[in-house]
Design a protein around this ligand. Sequence first.
Ligand SMILES: Nc1ncnc2c1ncn2[C@@H]1O[C@H](COP(=O)(O)OP(=O)(O)O)[C@@H](O)[C@H]1O
Ligand SMILES: Cc1ncc(COP(=O)(O)O)c(N)n1
Length: 273
Amino acid sequence: MHIVTTIAGSDSGGGAGIQADLKTFQELKVFGTSVITALTAQNTLGVYDVLSIDPSFIEKQFYALLEDFSISAIKTGMLFSADVIQTIANIMADLDIPLIIDPVMIAKGGESLLQQQAIEALRCYLLPLATVIMPNIPEAEVLTGKKIDTPASIKQAAHTLLQLGARCVVMKGGHLSDKKFATDYVFFKDGRSFSMQTARIATNNTHGTGCTFSAALTAFIGSNLPIDQAILEAKKFIQLAITHDLSIGNGYGPTNHFAYHKYKGFCEVIIHE
Ligand SMILES: Nc1ncnc2c1ncn2[C@@H]1O[C@H](COP(=O)(O)OP(=O)(O)O)[C@@H](O)[C@H]1O
Ligand SMILES: Cc1ncc(COP(=O)(O)O)c(N)n1
């Protein structure tokens, strides 16, 4: 049994954060463990409050896992503050475990999940430790300080993130204006790149898409799938979770974490090398 860890915030609404990650891990048959960085009072309508967890207690959670388990992959989601990022980075720097970073900044409803002062800490301390960083377009713009709206600017931003130390960048295209396709762009340190294109689904039920995608990638990497295959299967997982949405709640509803097993033979992803 492969054991993986999510370091993220709790979403009381169950569609994003720790809850989305553990549901995804369970579906992909890895044993999920967690380090909770913050609690949110949240549903599909919005984030009503955030309670940050003291970094010393975050450290205790992390060390408790490391003492007892052989962890095969770790992901980070909502980290909230510079202190938390520094704490996680200090521990991660001594480990030889693949790290998948979802640089969560803003919830779908517009509430901030990362303090402004934490952006520099993310860039300087955590990003250089990334096996894969998977920003959405607004997050990549914040991390690189450049507007991203053309294929050339996507490539340029990915290269900036690779130069900062990440080994692979998955630029998620959900926020691009393409009405027909949802395209993600993958770039590796060795110069290789490819894109993955799926049909764009007309739905507001996209709460937790980034969390679910990065949790699926963590599960596949933690199960020793080669990285290209892990990224492709994770894209299928999120595409099916969006396609077969659940219509839960009255706002931006969650994705369907059950869909992959039922429909995985029926997901077309167009790859461009
Ligand atoms: N309407 C949609 N239809 C299909 N895939 C989507 C849709 N919106 C987002 N995605 C996909 O979901 C994943 C998360 O994308 P994105 O929305 O860019 O990130 P985030 O959830 O972090 O804001 C990506 O693989 C993206 O292509
Ligand atoms: C605790 C927590 N973590 C992350 C997100 C981002 O979710 P989304 O993928 O919808 O941007 C969230 N809303 N809440």
